[in-house]
Design a protein around this ligand. Sequence first.
Ligand code: ATP
Ligand code: MG
Length: 300
Amino acid sequence: MNSMNRVLGGPATAYFPADVAAERWELDGPGEEAYAAADIALGLEGVSLSFGGVVALENIDLAVRRGEIKAIIGPNGAGKSSLINIISGVYRPDHGRVRMAANRFTSVPTQKLAHLGIARTFQNLALFKGLSVVDNVISGRAYKVRSTFLGQVLGVGRSRSEEADVHGRATKVLNFLNLTHVSHRLAGSLPYGLQKRVELARALVAEPAILLLDEPMAGMTEPEKAEMTEFVRAANREHGTTIVLIEHDIGVVMELSDNIAVLDYGRKIADGTPEEIGSDQRVIDAYLGIAAENIGGEGI
Ligand SMILES: Nc1ncnc2c1ncn2[C@@H]1O[C@H](COP(=O)(O)OP(=O)(O)OP(=O)(O)O)[C@@H](O)[C@H]1O
Ligand SMILES: [Mg+2]
């Protein structure tokens, strides 16, 4: 299979045929008890991925504990987004596995992601720009809707109570993220910082156990970043959501994270607490030195 065949589509189109997903779905391998005892919500084991001659990820092991905020940092092209794309099934690794609770995947079934309790945002916004904010948020819960198309058209039976439920949850999330005042605006008409927040709302409405955030503060003004930081913290603290956070703003990363993994040229060069990472000479040489020069600038 060539490298492009492994790229299974972008945000809107990622798709696995059901039979392929079923074939790759593996349950309960050895070591599960040790894994559960350490309370690991999500793990990568020896994950590698390349695109033609470009090695995006090389033999990555990663453990994300239940309830923590784990940041993934590193220079441009280090493999951060590729890692989230593997966890969310957009890319299939060449080697290695993804573990989620009792499941081990050689390839994560994208269409089952929500049922596995995973939601994500994208580095480049992936909103339905021509839909209202509230409808975008509701789309984050589409996987839960079980009524038939006819039922939805007629507004009868299960569909009516489902609709009320989805609306109720969307309203709560919009309120939580201070988006109520723009809920009927077209998503595409909002300033960029608010669009990023709508993406977070769409991910949160699914009430995920694990939330993958790919640069949620990129391109934001400082006040917008501060607000977003508080929302991410609140999602973690108030709802117990486990969060994997990719972010270039080192100040935000140090403030928010329980643990940080550092990637450089597709390799994990460090993994530890903010204090450990901040004083790690390899990390300073590979990334923090450059990042510090960019604080207050455009980011890197
Ligand atoms: N779909 C793809 N096709 C070809 N190469 C890719 C693809 N996706 C990623 N790459 C390459 O893999 C490497 C890692 O890219 P990735 O997007 O994961 O980096 P990143 O750490 O997220 O960078 P950034 O901070 O710029 O977002 C880069 O060299 C990139 O060019
Ligand atoms: Mg990226």
